[in-house]
Each structure stands twice: as structure tokens, then as C-alpha cells.
Design a protein around this ligand. Sequence first.
Ligand code: ADP
Length: 252
Amino acid sequence: KQHMARGLPKQKPIAGVKQVIVVASGKGGVGKSTTAGKQSKTVGILDADVYGPSIPKLMSLKGNPELTDNNLMRPLMNFGIPCMSMGFLVEDVAPIVWRGLMVMSAIEKLLRQVDWGLLDYLVIDMPPGTGDVQLSITQNVPIAGAVIVSTPQDIALLDARRGAEMFRKVNVPVLGIVQNMSVFQCPKCNHQTHIFGADGARALADTLGVQVLGDIPLHLSIREMSDRGQPVVVSSPDSPEAEAYRKVATAV
Ligand code: ADP
């Protein structure tokens, strides 16, 4: 499904990119990056989580981007997906203690100084929360829509709701909510446990009048494969977990 990019007049499109989708969460650790990494269309991924970039590890990528003749950074590529991340620009172990201004100039660089080639979608993995970085991204580029990732736990949902409200205020359509880690199925006895609650994201989606784009189970292989830099949609495309991520991509 295509979404019309709309935005404020001072927003400038990213060269070569048809549509920008942001993946956001109120809270960290809920699976936002893992979800951003699993969209299966012709996409590029921009990891805007400058404080805790996860895309390099998730996508098994490291190193410095080359510069093009126009002095733009060439994204690093794995699994056919071009990616750009703060993690490619700073030392592995360097503590990222930055003032607001430095963060903003890093974001500006990631938004404007990358040669994406031609993309149908650029998926931006947002930093958690609803601060300056998130706002300035939404004000700088036209965004077709936002996907919110949350666990069904109250504390995550509260933050997810704040995120959704921020997007609405700046006229970014909320495409829906991805409920992550909703159910754990014991691999030995198949018993299902709703560790963070069963359907909190559904309730939030109803409140916001948006759809639930998918339900991703809490699954050992998702964690293991992500840590190994082999996202499940690539390493075990026939698994139910991979299917759950593909459903989300289709729903978006
Ligand atoms: P965020 O981007 O919201 O901070 P991440 O995507 O980095 O969160 O996920 C946090 C951790 O949880 C990562 O180690 C990731 O591999 C793991 N994880 C995410 N989703 C799942 C899931 N559905 N099942 C198991 N582990 C998951």
C-alpha cells in the first residue's frame, strides 16, 4: 500500500527515496530495531538511534562508509539492504556522551549526506522516546507514516502512546502498532505464557483508532539470531517467527 508523503513546506525529501517510514517506540528494549531490520521490501535502513545504534550488530555490518564523488557516504550493505548508522562513524567502544548540538549535527549528516541510490522505502529506526531528535527528524523530512513498536506491558504502552501523540501533533500518520514479545511458547511443553501481558497493544490501538500491524512472539531464536547478526527473516525464512515479521511488512 502506498502512502502519500505529506508534511510541512520546509521539509525536504531525501534524494532518491520515495517514502520514509519511521519505526518508533516510547521505551527502549521493546524490539524497535529488531522490527525495523525485518521489513522485506526494497528498503534502506537509517539507524537514527545515535545513542545506542543496534543496526550494525543486527545486520552484521561494520566499518567506515566510503565517500562518493559528491562527498556523500555510501551505505553499507548486507542481505541486500543498504544501511547507515552512527555505529559506522564512531569507534566501537567510544562512549557516546554528546551534547544536544552534536546529536543534531549527527542526525543532519545521517539524513542529508548519504547516497541511498533509489529506494522505495527508507525505514528510519528512531531513538526511543519523544525528544528533540525525534521532533527534528519529523520536521526535516516528509514522513509517510510511523510504525510504533511496543510490548504489551503498561509502562511500555504509556510511552508508546506518547510517541503516537507526538507523531499526530506533527501530522505524521500513525500506520499502526506492532505488539512485540506478547507470548512465549515453551519449546519443551508448548505452554504459552504472556510474560508482558496478552493484548495491551491491541487496547492502545483501539484507543488511538489504528490497527495492530502484527504480533511478534518472544522467541529465543529471534534474540539469538539478532545477536548473531542474522535476522530470522534471513536465517530461517520458513519459521513462524519470520512469518510474523513478514506479516507486519505486508500490513505496512
Ligand atoms: P529497541 O530497539 O526497542 O531498543 P531491540 O530491537 O534492540 O529494542 O531489542 C532489544 C533486545 O530484545 C535485543 O537483544 C533483541 O534481539 C531482543 N528482541 C527483540 N524482539 C524480540 C523477540 N520478539 N523475541 C526475542 N528477543 C527479542
